[in-house]
Design a protein around this ligand. Structure first.
Ligand SMILES: *Cc1c(COP(=O)(O)O)cnc(C)c1O
Length: 398
């Protein structure tokens, strides 16, 4: 993979470049093998075979069975489907759901929707590193709890949750365990059996696959409602003609992610730590957000005091650097990130956040250039801040 133009693309948590190999695998399913895989003639068989193959590739990556993988329109759909359908199917047992304060909005807004419809939701706190407390989780479980939904890794600060321990607790209390694994899937090892995961959401475009395709893993025996009514696709649970090129692309991306995972984790996390180290040494008054060790290999997230995240992004953009202030969803709103507030940062500090998410294509040269630019930009922005001026005076007189 190569980066487009002269851009330095450091927003791989928002989306990734489609891998050439993935694109090549998808191509035949547009103009040549365009049949509807549900048709009976043999021409359709090739498309059906391709869908089956992708299902195998994806199942393999998380140690699931093929028939436990349902294709969806992306991570948001898988999250919506999980919450709404577990709520419906298990309402007789109870109407209580446990999730966390740092979930993606696809979970949080669905949970809020359910609250309006008679469900009760507990939002677990996280510590300063963004990790939930297993004690708090266990204490939150009630006889009417039907679902625990905890994300595998956070999309803003990269913290990885103790999935195996959460799965153990869920199983001991006979409560279903769902994980939004959109950021973890294909990036770090996941094993639905070892981790006692009952439902898992993943998305194609976060792993160098195409956009608009995702999966929901549903353990055999777990009851789910039909999310889209219509044809008999996806075991009658998710109607609509299969997005064959998208499915083939996500399957290929999963296969490549599995094959490259070990090498890629090592390569990317070394660059991550190198960059974190440089920033901490060379830029004063910064704070690394997220856990230092239990962290996605590609995630860097800092707060810089006396800096406004938006201004930082605009100035980086002028240098051809694509980064984010935490999550794509906060743009257009002036509220600081709910994740940064949940880890205990005050508003004014949470506003000065910068997320940089790497890929296999990211080079050390690029990161060196970014840190160099960042130093200059932060110095300039601070020199314009009266608050910073006061702060420096206080430091001197103290
Ligand atoms: C990107 C993302 C989603 C949404 O996935 P889409 O495929 O874009 O709908 C959900 N959860 C997390 C953690 C994400 O990072």
């Amino acid at each position: 993979m190569e980066n487009t133009k002269n851009l330095i693309y450091l927003d791989n948590a928002a989306t990734t470049q489609v891998d050439e190999e993935v694109f090549e695998a998808m191509k035949p399913y547009f103009c040549e093998l365009y049949a509807n895989p549900s048709s009976v003639y043999s021409f359709a068989g090739e498309a059906a075979f391709a869908v089956d193959k992708a299902r195998k590739q994806i199942a393999h990556l998380i140690h699931a069975k093929e028939r436990e993988i349902y294709f969806t329109g992306g991570g948001s759909e898988s999250d919506n489907w999980t919450l709404k359908s577990v709520a419906e199917q298990y309402a007789k047992k109870g109407k209580h759901i446990i999730t966390t304060k740092i979930e993606h909005h696809a979970i949080l807004h669905t949970a809020e929707y359910l609250e309006k419809h008679g469900y009760e939701v507990t939002y677990l706190n996280v510590d300063a590193e963004g990790r939930i407390s297993l004690k708090e989780l266990e204490a939150a479980i009630r006889p009417d709890t039907i679902l625990i939904s905890v994300m595998a890794a956070n999309n803003e600060i990269g913290t990885i949750q103790p999935l195996k321990e959460i799965g153990k607790i869920a199983k001991a209390h006979d409560v279903l365990f769902h994980t939004d694994a959109v950021q973890a899937f294909g990036h770090i090892p996941l094993d639905v059996d070892e981790m006692n995961i009952d439902l898992l959401s993943a998305s194609g475009h976060k792993i160098h696959g195409p956009k608009g395709i995702g999966i929901l893993y549903v353990r055999k025996g777990v009851k789910i409602s039909s999310f889209i009514h219509g044809g008999a696709q996806e075991r009658k649970k998710r109607a609509g003609t299969h997005n064959v090129p998208g499915i083939v692309g996500m399957g290929k991306a999963a296969e490549l992610a599995e094959r490259r995972m070990q090498a890629s984790m090592k390569q990317i996390s070394e660059l991550r730590d190198y960059t974190i180290d440089r920033i901490e040494k060379e830029i004063p008054y910064c704070r690394l957000n997220g856990d230092r060790k239990d962290r996605l290999p590609n995630n860097i997230n800092f707060c810089f005091r006396f800096i406004e995240g938006e201004s930082l992004l605009i100035m980086l953009d002028a240098k051809g650097i694509c980064a984010s202030s935490g999550s794509a969803c906060t743009s257009g709103s002036l509220d600081p990130s709910h994740v940064l507030l949940a880890i205990g940062l005050p508003h004014e500090i949470a506003h000065g956040s910068l997320r940089m998410t790497l890929s296999e294509a990211t080079t050390k040269e690029e990161l060196d250039k970014v840190v160099d630019e960042l130093k200059g930009i932060i110095e300039r922005l601070r020199s314009m801040s009266p608050l910073y001026e006061d702060f420096v005076k206080e430091q001197v007189s103290a």
